[in-house]
Design a protein around this ligand. Sequence first.
Ligand SMILES: Cc1cc2nc3c(=O)[nH]c(=O)nc-3n(C[C@H](O)[C@H](O)[C@H](O)COP(=O)(O)O)c2cc1C
Length: 338
Amino acid sequence: MWRIGDIAVDGRVALGPMSGFTFPSYRDFMKPFGVAVSFTEMTSCMGVIHDSERTASMYLDFKGNRPIGLQLFGGDPESLAEASAKALKTNPGIDFIDVNMGCPVPKVLRSRSGSALMEDPARCGEIVKAVKRRTGIPVTVKTRLGKSMESINFRDVLDNVISAGADAVTLHARTVKEGYSGTPHFDLAESLQSEIPVPLIISGNIFSLDDAVSAVRTTGAKGVMVARGGIGNPYLVTQIDTWFREGRRLPDPTVSDQIRWCRELSDAVIEEKGEEIGVRKLRSIAPKFVSGCRMCNAYRRILATEPETREDLFRILDVIEERMGSQKARVACEHRED
Ligand SMILES: Cc1cc2nc3c(=O)[nH]c(=O)nc-3n(C[C@H](O)[C@H](O)[C@H](O)COP(=O)(O)O)c2cc1C
């Protein structure tokens, strides 16, 4: 058990914020696998202030899925504070505000938000102070190592946000320049947890239990963030959670388990988004559930391109299960891109 401010977090696994993926039905699907704390997709503070309907959908539907942090991006302390207060008033179920200080997307950088904030560590501190003052709830920050390997400055950013009252920090152990590829540099954050007075959540290429154990061992982090590795491999969360609770290594699921979970998620996504949008979204998620079988590549391609309706999608899943159900899925190995 650890804490984000006064919020108890029971378990190691944080479900990482992922734009386009960590919408409510995805978060709710992942939770029972052993997620201890969740984050929303990144949400524009200007969108919150100006009442965009799309933005509101990102921080309304939490059901019982808590603790949860609303992740906001923005560049100005007062705007972020205003957006946080407004969102909290609309949804008192928000447990904490997470400020995005790591996004490398050009559109976000242009508004001096996301990882652009790393160029001004003092401003990072001002943001945390302003959001805390206005909301009174815990505030966390998600950042990267630095702009590039030549300008590693996460310690400076962390010093500023922690002095300003940040209640936990997530470090994605890559630089902005590296984006999402290459091996994360956990060595640069060796024993970081022992140097800071608030919980550290560590992020970067967590695709297998061994990845999680190694990242936690190196950094001492209280939490480990499952992001891409959990898409199509929800059982990874259970494997990590069980290891840290009981020291037990659970075997990989079968293809049949994977197909069952894929059906479950598909129905939840379709219920949330409607059949047309839901199935389109599932074309980028369902293929990731299929691995470890001889014909996997072909089936993944079919799932990514063919389904138009729930019926199409489920028919393809039925065929995969019928032909390969009892085989072991080797999801972790097949997902890794580097
Ligand atoms: C498609 C996608 C969307 C993401 N969206 C966000 C986001 O909204 N906010 C954020 O802080 N990080 C975001 N991330 C970063 C992840 O939370 C995570 O830190 C990163 O992917 C590294 O972990 P991984 O290598 O295990 O996937 C995103 C990553 C991906 C791949």
